[in-house]
Design a binder for this molecule. Sequence first.
Ligand code: ZN
Length: 306
Amino acid sequence: MKLFPILIAALSPALCSPAHAWDAVPQKVADSVYVFVGDTGPRTATNEGMNATTGFVVTPAGVVVIDSGSSKHVAAKIEAAVRQITAQPIRYVINTGGQDHRWLGNGHFADQGIPVIASEKTAADIATRGGTWADGMAKRLGPAFAGTRVQGPTRRFATRKTLTLGGESIELIFAGGGHTPGDIIVWLPRQRVAFAGDLVFMDRLLGILPVSSVPHWLASFDALAALRPALVVPGHGTPAPLAKADKETRDYLARLRAHMKKAVDAGEDMQAAIATFDDKDFAYLPIYTELRGQNANRAYLDAETE
Ligand SMILES: [Zn+2]
């Protein structure tokens, strides 16, 4: 397989800020399951780009880290946080998707010989867009990004893969992606916990990217719901029952898709379609004002190609 190691050299000291770092305090949400809940605002130097939720699973035969974080430095903090909980070695690292904070810490773990696993689509996504994500994070983090490189997954799978470790089953499910092309669900059947990565945003408005697909995202959400999880760990926000994910992610996407599809079918132009989309039920969510326009724009473009 191909790897794409690109050293990130150009760091601007002018962008360095004396920040309070991302604190990397793990919260236990189920037996053997821990999460790091990041800010729900934008990526900043202060939060080290970790405006995201990630986590890890401890088994009697080792630890599985779910998402490697936004830099080598953050990956090292994840490893240190795991050490506070268990002496078990980290056996696997999973990238739930192709967005920066899911995988920019990969090099830290790959350098220790720890397998990094993602979907084929995420591997391709990192190969294509990884450098752009890394450049953006380098500008934001300045010297705190030092030592970070673009490192894709060292193992990949197409649609499903089950890791069996210390008696635990950890199921990796690709159901079409959505926010990014390779987004997966990490399903823990014993605890009935689903790490949904960027397929679920809670406590803030979700962001539709140029590479997102609203129909694929909704299909992936259906696959998540079909698991009947007791708890959903979102890609952004605090873990909560499925009903909250349904309201703050699926319902928003479904309404947006239906509105834009109807507009496209009626030959309505984009500006008119955006102006008539009623999203005020989601106005309580942080970053609503910043993202609602671009989301509507991208959903319209998606509807045109459906
Ligand atoms: Zn994200």
